[in-house]
Structures are given as C-alpha cells and as structure tokens.
Design a binder for this molecule. Sequence first.
Ligand code: ATP
Ligand code: MG
Length: 451
Amino acid sequence: MKRMPVPLNIRDFSQVFRNNGHSLYVVGGAVRDWLLGIENNDWDFCTDATPEQVMAMFRSVIPTGIKHGTVTVIFRKETYEVTTFRTEGAYSDRRHPDSVNYVTDLKEDLSRRDFTVNAFAADCCDGTITDCFDGFRDLKAGIIRAIGNPAERFSEDALRLIRMCRFCSKLGFTADELTFESACSLSQTISCVSKERIYDEMSKILMTRKPSVGLNMMYETGLLKVLIPELDRCASIEQDKVGSDNVLAHILVAVDAAAYYGYSLTVRWAMLLHDIGKPSCMKKIGNFTRFFGHDMKSEEIARRVMLDLKFSNAMQEDVAVLIRNHMTRYNSSWTDGAVKRLVNRVGKQRLDMFFEVLWCDRIASDGKSGIEETDLLKERIDALADQPMTLKDLAVNGNDLYNAGIPRGPEMGRILNALLEMVIDYPTLNNRETLLGQAELLLDSKTSAGK
Ligand code: ATP
Ligand code: MG
C-alpha cells in the first residue's frame, strides 16, 4: 500500500477529526501530483463529518461553499478547505447537480469525480492512499480516463470536456480512446457551460508547460470550433511559415514559446489570439499567401472573443494592444519621434510584454532572425527614457487644463494629445508655461474655426 507523507500541521489538523470520531483525507490533484513527483500546493480535503459537525469542531470556520458542503477552517493560523463526502443528483443543465447529498462512504465520494487519476484519497493521519478506480494503472500508463461511463460523466458536467484537455496538457498524458470519442461526440454541449468557467479552464491550459497539447485536443474534439470558431478556422488556412503549415499550427508554436519562457497569462492569451484575423485577410499573390491588415482584424476579433469570455477590462486592453502592435518591424531609419510614438501606442507598462510577443512570434515564424532589430529598438527606447513619450510625461495634466478654463471631455483629450505630439518632436517645450499657452491657442483655434 502506497503512503503519502503528510506534513505535521495537517496530521495535527486531522487528529481533531479523529478525536471527534471522523476521518479526513486529502483528495484529487495533491495526491496525483505527489505520486508523479510534481509540486502541488493546492490541497483539497474531504471528510465524513457534515459541515455542521466540522463547524462544531473548530472555533474559526467560514462557510465558503456551504451549498456544496465546503467550509474553510482556520486552524493554527493556516486555512484548510474541507468538503463533506457527497454524491450528486441529476445534472439537468449539464453544469450543476440538481441536488447534493452527504454520504459517509469515501468510495461514493470518489466515484463522483471526473477522472481516475483525480480520484485518489490519502488518509491525513497515516498517508495511506485509496485508489478505487485503477488510478495507479492509468497514472503509470499516462492516461486520462473518465470514471465509469465517459458519456454520462461528460453529460453531467460539460466542463469536464475541457478538463480532459487540461490534464493531458498539464501531465503530458493522452486521453483513453473511449473517453476521447465520447468527448468528440459531446463537444457541442460545451456551450452549456458558463463563460467564466471556460475562461478559467482555458487559462489553466495556457499556463501548462506545453499548452499546444491541450489546445490541439480542444481542436481535435471540436471544442474549439464551438467556443472560438475563428481560431478553429485558422487550421484550414495554409501559410508559408517555416515549421508550420497552417495558421493554427503557427499560433500553437507561438503559445508554446510563451510557456517555455514562463511568460504571463496575458502574453499567452495574446499569442493565442494574435493571428485570429488571418483567415479573413488572406490574399494569394502569385505563389505567396499574404494577410494584409491582419493585426487590426485580429484585434477586432480578439476583442469580441474576450468580451464573450468575460475577460477583465484590463486584460482585454492589454491583449488588444499587444495584438494590434505585433507586426511592428523596427529598422535603424526610424526617427526618435517614431520610437517615442511606438512607446505611446504600446504604453510603457506593456513594453516588456510587447517584446515578449514579438519574440514568440519570431520564434514561431522563422527561427530567431530579426532579434538584432528588437535589441536595437530596446536600446533606442532606453536612450530616450528621460524624454516625454506618453500623456503621463506631460508637464501639465487634465486638472491643470481645467483650471486654465478648458472644459473636460473630448476637447480636452484632443488638446492633451496635440500637446503630446508637439513635445514628442520638441521635448524642450515640455514645461508648464509653454504647454498652458499652447493649450489656450489650441482651444481658441477650435473656437474661432467653429464660428
Ligand atoms: P490542479 O492541481 O491542476 O488544480 P486538481 O485535480 O486539483 O488539479 P481541481 O480543479 O483543483 O483539480 O479539482 C480538485 C478535485 O476535485 C479534482 O482532482 C477532482 O477529483 C474534483 N473535481 C474538480 N472539478 C470537477 C468536475 N468538474 N467534475 C468532477 N470532479 C471534479
Ligand atoms: Mg486543485
């Protein structure tokens, strides 16, 4: 029998359950990852004690997910998420169980879980691992297999379709044949799942070491076609890139590059969506395929996708700006003004991500050529660092203009941008007095032009 080492604080915590006649287990990912030798700091616990019984055992308990039997216990300053063993009623909406019933048998609880390798439980007192569904066998063989009948499990909760792709991606596993076939035939049902859960699960795929594994599986099962049809279409568009014969293949190499370098989730989403507009921009010119204007088109489609998947506003803006500028090709003939205008377009706070996007796109296009230019552009930007490039660098702000009699609104925006244009070309003019004088002139010229 395999035993998982249980840290002392968790053993002490579980002793309280034992003293009250109950048991405590760590379940799911933490046990699976320990068996695989992967670090996992997200420990989920389950118990035969009801939430009320858990609440009676400890002084500090927060009913975080009480509807599903989950409470958060604070014990010696550590927090523990504990869920009562449960079975689930029918899933008429393919996303939530109609009812949840508490049970006292561990096996019953494990049988409601999604995949065999996610259904291990380790006793928190002595670490012994329970494996009711041949999880050890599948872990050894590198297989993601639904527990019981795959079609039934996917019909209960369609999110499991993407979870299958995520675990294959995270663990480098393949899906069991029957599980995979069921996923293919049920791919349409993914549209029943809330967009927030889809965003979370896809983000988790993007954060794996090789996201292309999970994303490819989303493509093969038909999930991508339902969720982001424009991205799915990229697979049927041929292009002349080294190493990738179609646009989706190129995109996936770029996403893997972002993962390889440990770049942020924002950059990974940007890489996933950076060429999504190519299918609508494709032109055949002789033997070549060209995609004029695809940066703008990709931004437009990406904004729609991000809105649909309920990205935060900040994330939408970051990804959109990165996509819009991903075709930037620097050469030494650029004026200082052109360099500064680029910084203004991208935003200083996004410069690192901007260079990361260029780098991943290059790697996925033609190896590493063009990197020298990127380094030179970085040097140019550094050399101009103390010159004004963005509205924040102006010696006046909106309040100053307001106090000088310029009404707030689009007119003020127009004047601030005109002042910025001026100081980008003539940095010495960036002082309060000159700018306020110029602002008044700009306002007057607008007013007299309107007469
Ligand atoms: P990770 O370490 O990547 O978070 P995990 O296995 O811990 O992986 P979680 O999403 O944290 O995954 O879920 C914890 C456990 O809860 C899973 O291992 C699984 O047993 C169960 N589980 C979670 N979501 C579902 C679901 N939608 N359907 C069935 N079981 C689920
Ligand atoms: Mg987890």
